[in-house]
Design a protein around this ligand. Structure first.
Ligand code: HEC
Length: 128
């Protein structure tokens, strides 16, 4: 190997190591962005933009039913849920009505555990 190639190899390995350390969670969130296509018909991720469902911008760690300008069901508005990983998992893992009877979100799609983890990782990134 001549010296020029050696330098290129060194620089590349430094880049790979640095990026995998800095963005350790990113691949999972990117995978989750793909899964989110299933939600896009009803949810935007833009602040203040509601479709059939409320925007999911800033949903993580927020009290359920509190996006401004969206008219929630009484059931969700009064649920007292703060959206953490465990509640999001329960909301999305099976029928959303199991967690909040009377909610207007009908979600019965069976996602794999891997899809759920990725989706939740993505939802966590939707902050300011
Ligand atoms: C058919 C439309 C529809 C689809 C598809 C849908 N949702 Fe919803 N979602 C809603 C509606 C409507 C509400 C508000 C429910 C209420 O007021 O009871 C909601 C509420 C929510 C909430 C609570 C928001 C808050 O501000 O408390 C979360 C979180 C959520 N959806 C996540 C998702 C995710 C993630 C997906 C995709 C896996 C998804 N939803 C798919 C219609 C949908």
């Amino acid at each position: 190997m001549n010296i020029k190639n050696f330098v290129v190899v060194c620089v590349c390995s430094v880049l790979v190591v640095t990026s995998s350390q800095t963005f350790a969670d990113e691949p999972l969130a990117l995978q989750g962005q793909e899964v989110f296509r299933l939600c896009e018909a009803c949810h935007s991720v833009e602040p203040g933009v509601h479709i059939f469902g409320p925007t999911l911008h800033g949903v993580y760690a927020r009290r359920a039913g509190t996006q401004e300008g969206y008219s929630y069901s009484q059931a969700l508005a009064n649920s007292g849920i703060d959206w953490n990983e465990s509640y999001l998992h329960r909301w999305l893992a099976s029928d959303s009505k199991n967690l909040v009877p009377g909610t207007r979100m009908q979600w019965r799609t069976q996602l794999s555990e891997e899809q759920l983890q990725a989706l939740i990782a993505y939802l966590k990134t939707l902050q300011d």
